[in-house]
Design a protein around this ligand. Structure first.
Ligand SMILES: [Zn+2]
Length: 230
């Protein structure tokens, strides 16, 4: 498989330091040094570890496994970071869902720019893969991919498609016949939009913080972020 072999070849590049990231698309993401300066000037730009910030949140970071649309492991660590206001909003959403016996499962959060470049280079349809010319809202630490789970069983609520489906059924605007699925999709959208997010037009699981433009595209790997925590 061509895509598979290409991905195998690029994995060491993605997991290496940001110095190796490709900036040939005209976008120069903020590096670790620039990030540190930015959080000194504006503390809400800090990237927060969701697992630490939101007790009980469930992570299933698909790009740190082979269970994703590429079939390959893209991240070498299953970490979920977001900018502080995103983390605070997710925390509020979780508290709201908990009243109904429900919780949040995160599939992806902050994504280093180097990973977005590699996704694009193997899958050039920008309907589903962010353009490296602009960067992804995930690169800004302002987007999350998620679903809702039953807190008692840990089971995901049934949604129109699985995560990262490229089908039209994944679009929030596509009508759903099944009333349970329709209700679940409405619940995730209503819950997140109430907390200041906007659902993506082709992915029911993807939510952007309104105001994401105020946050820079970053290219800092998870190891660097973990080592900087205190
Ligand atoms: Zn997403």
């Amino acid at each position: 498989m061509k895509m598979k072999s290409v991905l195998l070849a690029i994995i060491p590049v993605i997991t290496a330091t940001s110095v190796l990231a490709q900036y040939k698309y005209g976008l120069k993401p903020t590096d670790y040094e620039g990030y540190l300066k930015s959080i000194k000037a504006d503390p809400k730009k800090e990237l927060v570890d969701l697992e630490k910030f939101i007790p009980g949140i469930v992570l299933d970071i698909r790009y740190a496994t082979t269970n994703n649309f590429t079939g390959e492991k893209i991240y070498n660590l299953p970490k979920a970071y977001t900018r502080k206001p995103v983390a605070e909003a997710v925390k509020r959403a979780q508290a709201e869902l908990a009243k109904q016996g429900l919780g949040i499962k995160i599939f992806d959060a902050y994504r280093p720019y180097a990973a977005t470049v590699k996704f694009y280079e193997v899958y050039k349809d920008t309907t589903y893969v962010a353009s490296p010319y602009r960067g992804s809202r995930h690169n800004r630490g302002c987007a999350i991919d998620m679903t809702i789970i039953n807190l008692k069983t840990g089971e995901e609520l049934v949604m129109p498609t699985g995560y990262d489906s490229f089908k039209k059924e994944a679009w929030p605007s596509t009508p759903v016949k099944n009333p349970v699925i329709r209700k679940n999709r409405q619940l995730i959208i209503d819950t997140m939009e109430k907390q200041g997010f906007k659902v993506n037009g082709s992915e029911w699981w993807h939510f952007d913080l309104i105001g994401w433009k105020n946050y820079e595209v970053l290219d800092i790997d998870f190891e660097t972020l973990m080592s900087s925590e205190y």
